[in-house]
Write a protein that binds this ligand. Structure first.
Ligand code: OSB
Ligand code: MG
Length: 367
């Protein structure tokens, strides 16, 4: 088997601002596995350039992949992609590095079996209703204009990033202008327990949920806030595994789960989390990492499972990019995206676009 790690950097159409920082390009690793029969499979490593969302960066992921994961695949009698998680359990953390390789192995396995990856992971929907995540805007007018643009495109669920000073007034303005829109807020850990009084004011705006108000290590303060408000709290940064989801549930820290393949180390853990949420009445929905086409396709396949009833952060390719890296960019039809068909992941690389944004490729050969 041969593994190619492509380092890409694609400019975003507009910069994306959260409570922790601003991004104007999507930098990531594209994983290409080529097996002995010439079958090609794909994964995407979603770690960002800076360790500000989680601890991982592109560089740390590159290191874990080239030093441990790829060499660890040498001589491995790979029977099912589900075995990947157990084999590399000894590597602590580094979920995004693991997820990039694991999702490519699932694609490879599906292509070898000549089935769709969607079928393999239990997805059934042909199309998936999606939402959009909007970065923090300069002022309320800019925010309302931005929301309006996306609503006109068809999005019916809008997530607004918030931070101290750009919260209550922004959300109030959005709710007033769009009384029936499914709205939610995401703080990316920007608040402290002393902000509970302020956060409780968000309860009046009929938000679908409030995502990750407190620290990425905190379960206790989230539980306290959840006790005091009727709006569902959703956790994101905290949840790296099924065990984290279980703790959050048992402590009452949230009612909703933002599930990202990248953040939990891939499909095996994600599927266990979906089952747990389904059995325990937690709303599970698919989050996003400004994925390029390969990561976006993997997200969509996952979100095509019946358990996903709340629209995910899986917007059309054109939300972030002038051009996507796949030949079948995702386009909004109504409020939905079409799930790719065909063996494996169901999308193919647009080599012209890739060439334009490629910084480097490393090839590793396994025997
Ligand atoms: O908190 O969900 C988040 C993007 C980068 C890092 C964290 C988050 C996000 C988003 C955007 O909200 C989701 C997307 O559109 O891909
Ligand atoms: Mg979030």
């Amino acid at each position: 088997m041969e593994v190619k790690l492509h380092q890409l950097k694609i400019p975003l159409k507009t910069s994306f601002k959260t409570s922790y920082g601003e991004m104007d390009a999507k930098e990531f690793l594209l994983i290409e596995l080529i097996d002995c029969d010439g079958i090609i499979a794909y994964g995407e490593v979603e770690a960002f350039a800076r360790p500000d969302y989680t601890e991982e960066t592109i560089e740390t992921a590159y290191n874990i992949i080239t030093t441990f994961l790829i060499p660890g695949l040498q001589n491995w009698q790979f029977t099912h992609p589900q075995d990947f998680r157990e084999k590399f359990k000894w590597i602590r953390g580094n979920q995004m590095a693991k997820a990039g390789i694991e999702m490519a192995l699932w694609d490879l396995y599906a292509k070898k079996k000549e089935v769709s990856l969607q079928e393999l992971i239990g997805g059934t929907k042909q199309k998936v209703a999606v939402g959009v995540s909007l970065g923090i805007q300069e002022n309320e007018t800019a925010l309302l204009n931005t929301i309006r643009r996306y609503v006109q495109k068809g999005y019916q669920r809008v997530k607004l990033k918030i931070q101290p000073g750009k919260d209550i007034r922004f959300i109030a303005a959005a709710r007033e202008a769009f009384p029936n829109l499914t709205l939610m807020a995401d703080a990316n850990s920007a608040y402290k327990v002393s902000d509970i009084v302020l956060l409780k004011k968000l309860d009046q705006f009929n938000l679908a949920m409030i995502e990750q108000p407190f620290s990425e290590k905190d379960f206790i303060d989230h539980a306290e806030l959840q006790k005091q408000i009727k709006t569902a709290i959703c956790l994101d940064e905290n949840l790296r595994s099924l065990e984290d989801v279980r703790q959050a549930h048992l402590l009452g820290s949230c009612k909703a789960i933002n599930l990202k393949l990248a953040r939990v180390g891939g499909y095996s853990e994600a599927l266990d989390i979906i089952n747990y949420c389904h059995q325990n009445n937690l709303l599970v929905w698919c989050g996003g990492m400004l994925e390029a086409g390969i990561g976006r396709a993997h997200n969509l396949l996952l979100a095509s499972r019946e358990e996903f009833v709340f629209p995910g952060d899986i917007s059309a390719s054109s939300r972030y990019f002038e051009e996507d890296i796949i030949c079948e960019p995702f386009e909004l039809i109504g409020d939905s995206l079409q799930v790719p068909k065909g063996f494996g992941i169901g999308v193919t690389l647009n080599n012209q676009v890739i060439k334009r944004f490629l910084k480097n490729t490393k090839t590793m050969v396994l025997r």
